[in-house]
Design a protein around this ligand. Structure first.
Ligand SMILES: [Zn+2]
Length: 428
């Protein structure tokens, strides 16, 4: 067997520690919004890693959305420098979790262990992955104290709300660029034998149709923005959705239903507000109607094309439909990303998966974006993947859990990855 027995045993021997670490992390209720308990959670990670010889620093995302003295956007970045110069491998995990919501059969912030699983909000997304990366690094350092290069582990905030106070902020300060960092692994819950190479693109936009207010009993004296929006949605149904369905991709997106272009209508609001007089809507013709669209697109599509598919429909309505007028406003755009399979971090983690599971990894693409977007776009670092334990479908659900065996096996894969990237162990 070619497997590195010492390193594997060093991970296995830390199983109890791995479970306790995951439980501890879950017990910080780092709910976002509003960004609860970020600082104590970051401090816990720093204490833990300092004990293992890392240096740790805190970087607050000053002035980013949600940042305040009461809810500081506190990130932690820890670094261990080896004996000589070499590559830096960075594990980046977000510490924020979404709210627990209803339907739990256990306390979501107690870190309860039952039947080989750790339960809690954030267990799989992604405190289990953070814990696995810490254990992988500590096992590697204990086994090979003389390695060259460096290991970094970060706990960053606000991934669930776009990452602006977290990875985006840090990337803007050079924390995710060469020469400081060479390879990045984001331990999101993509399953222990899969490597996530990137994500589809996103375009969010708000479309507003315009009308003219009049009394509801004489709508012919006005012009209904809601009926104009109806015409927009009708055209989307007739033309746009069928066209998007036809667009297939070479990106291995999971689930398979997302292996084409999609669009969601996030919201629609028309007419005067009912907020002040519940149950007593004003009898007016609507002079405005707004909808927010969420368009997910593919590597094969150009963002300008994606936008013009929508605007060409709006322009045609403006020509053909009496009194039709509209405005469109970009809310967010993220280009699709796919790391190539022959990059060093992919080959290193693939080697780990082959060794631990005796099979080829599955290469996947996420239907939605995650912090890799900031590392690519702001940090200009493209040797980056998501790899970690846990089942993606459980994320954000009640009774979220992560399997203990899955965490241990993932930590072994990460440790083999470190062996390949930092000690030049052969890609196998
Ligand atoms: Zn996540």
């Amino acid at each position: 067997m070619s497997m590195n027995d010492h390193l594997m045993r060093a991970v296995q021997d830390r199983t109890t520690d791995l479970v306790a670490l995951t439980q501890d992390l879950i017990r910080y209720p780092t709910v976002n919004p509003p960004g609860e308990a970020y600082r104590p959670c970051a401090e816990y990670i720093a204490r833990r890693l300092k004990r293992s010889g890392f240096e740790a620093e805190f970087v607050r995302g000053e002035g980013t959305p949600g940042d305040s003295d009461h809810y500081p956007r506190t990130n932690v970045i820890a670094r261990y420098d080896g004996r000589g110069p070499g590559a830096t491998v960075h594990f980046n995990s977000h510490i924020d979790v979404v709210e627990a919501g209803h339907g739990w059969s256990v306390d979501p912030f107690a870190g309860i262990v039952r039947d080989g699983r750790v339960y809690g909000r954030g267990a799989c997304d992604m405190k289990g992955g953070l814990a696995a990366s810490i254990i992988a690094a500590e096992a590697f350092l204990a086994t090979y104290p003389d390695f060259s290069g460096a290991i970094e582990i970060s706990g960053t905030v606000d991934e669930e709300s776009g990452g602006y106070g977290g990875v985006a902020y840090l990337a803007g300060k050079g924390y995710f660029s060469k020469p400081r960092v060479d390879h990045v692994i984001i331990p999101e819950p993509l399953n222990k034998d899969r490597i996530c190479l990137g994500h589809r693109g996103v375009w969010w936009a708000e479309i507003e149709t315009k009308g003219r207010i009049a009394h509801g009993s004489m709508p012919f004296l006005g012009d209904s923005a809601i009926r104009h929006m109806g015409a927009v949605l009708h055209a989307f149904e007739e033309e746009l959705f069928p066209a998007l369905d036809q667009k297939q991709t070479r990106m291995p997106v999971v689930p398979e239903g997302a292996r084409r272009s999609t669009m969601n209508i996030n919201s629609i609001h028309g007419g005067q507000t009912e907020d002040f007089f519940p149950g007593l809507p004003s009898p007016n013709v609507a002079d405005t109607c707004r909808t927010v669209i969420d368009r997910r697109f593919l590597l094969e599509e150009d963002i300008s094309e994606v936008k013009s598919e929508v605007t060409s429909i709006l322009e045609r309505l403006k020509r053909d439909r009496p009194k039709f007028d509209y405005a469109i406003r970009d809310l967010m755009e993220v280009l699709p990303l796919m790391t190539e399979r022959d990059t060093p971090v992919v080959e290193a983690v693939a080697t780990g998966i082959r060794e631990i599971f005796g099979k080829e990894p599955d290469y996947v693409i996420s239907p939605g974006t995650y912090d890799q977007k900031h590392i690519a776009r702001i940090g200009h670092l493209h040797d980056c993947i998501a790899y970690g334990p846990g089942i993606l479908d459980l994320a954000h659900q009640p009774d979220e859990w992560v399997g203990i065996d899955d965490m241990v096996e993932s930590a072994k894969v990460m440790a083999v990855g470190l062996d390949v990237m930092l000690r030049g162990a052969a890609v196998r």
